[in-house]
Design a protein around this ligand. Structure first.
Ligand code: ZN
Length: 287
């Protein structure tokens, strides 16, 4: 398989608000627009200060395309009350997505220390099945984001594309049907989490065939990572062949947004305007 050498088109670029975390939603909108970034993925904490209704108005007026709401999930728990609270919160996330016009909610599925991973995955599948009718009613898709295995203890029992696909397939037949031409429940492929997987190309192809490729997130894996959560690299700063993975996504039929999602304490401490300029250059050079 050859690697595509053309850069990703700017027309498919989106930025996650968490990438420029110090900025308010207003500032994100204004600064992304000023640089002709066409898409925005909104984190729930960016909605909170002004609420979903006011946020929806700001986003609608901006002309930016709302790509997704991040994030739902954290479904697992040792007791029923914890799991019910998670479901309630996910229903609020679906309402927020619907309000701001986001067609997708990204799920970080959760893990609970002491709970066996297989049990956690059963809880996750059950919770997503419970949410599916609510998602369908709002015409909002759900995307399971497999996380890197370093988060298996406490953030996600789903750590591979294979596990995510199996959950999607496990109850796909019971779902009410496709939304916008794709399955209601699919996968968010984040290069940071899956780049190391020997089966990645094969799994992306399989997910594409099944209509499960819902989102594509890019950043990079810094060699000598200083923090397991908030030290992601900008594209080109690490060891991930992002363009190759994008090629696999596109060969599998994915023509959606390329979303820049970088958590970086170091970058958040600096000037956000310069950071966003740097992101645009990296997108053109390495994605
Ligand atoms: Zn992601």
């Amino acid at each position: 398989m050859t690697t595509p050498f053309c850069a990703a088109p700017m027309s498919r670029m989106a930025v996650h608000t968490i990438t420029t975390k110090p900025w308010s939603l207003r500032e994100c909108i204004d600064q992304y627009r000023a640089r002709n970034v066409p898409g925005i993925t909104v984190w729930r904490q960016a909605l909170a200060p002004q609420g979903p209704q006011e946020s929806a108005k700001m986003l609608a007026d901006s002309g930016l395309k709302v790509v997704a709401l991040v994030r739902g999930g954290f479904f697992t728990g040792q007791d029923a009350a914890t799991r019910q609270a998670a479901l309630d919160d996910n229903r609020r996330a679906l309402d927020e997505a619907s309000t701001i016009g986001a067609p997708l909610v990204v799920l970080v599925c959760g893990a609970t220390p002491g709970l066996p991973l297989a049990d956690a995955r059963k809880q996750i599948a059950g919770a997503i099945a419970a949410l599916a009718p609510d998602a369908q009613a709002r015409q909002v898709r759900l995307a399971i984001e497999p996380l890197h295995p370093m988060y298996a203890a406490d953030r996600s029992a789903v750590v591979t594309m294979t596990q995510a696909r199996e959950i999607c397939q496990g109850f796909a037949a019971e779902l009410p049907g496709p939304v916008c031409g794709r399955r209601l429940v699919g996968i968010a492929v984040d290069v940071y989490h899956v780049w190391w997987d020997q089966h990645l190309e094969r799994e992306i192809a399989a997910a594409g065939t099944l209509g499960l490729l819902h989102a594509f997130h890019v950043c990079d894996w810094r060699v000598q990572t200083r923090d397991l959560l908030n030290d992601r690299g900008l594209m080109g700063e690490g060891c991930i062949n992002i363009r190759q993975i994008r090629g696999w996504m596109e060969r599998a039929g994915f023509q959606g947004w390329v979303e820049v999602e970088v958590f970086s304490t170091e970058r958040w401490a600096g000037d956000q305007q310069a950071w966003l300029d740097h992101i645009l250059n990296a997108y053109q050079e390495h994605v």
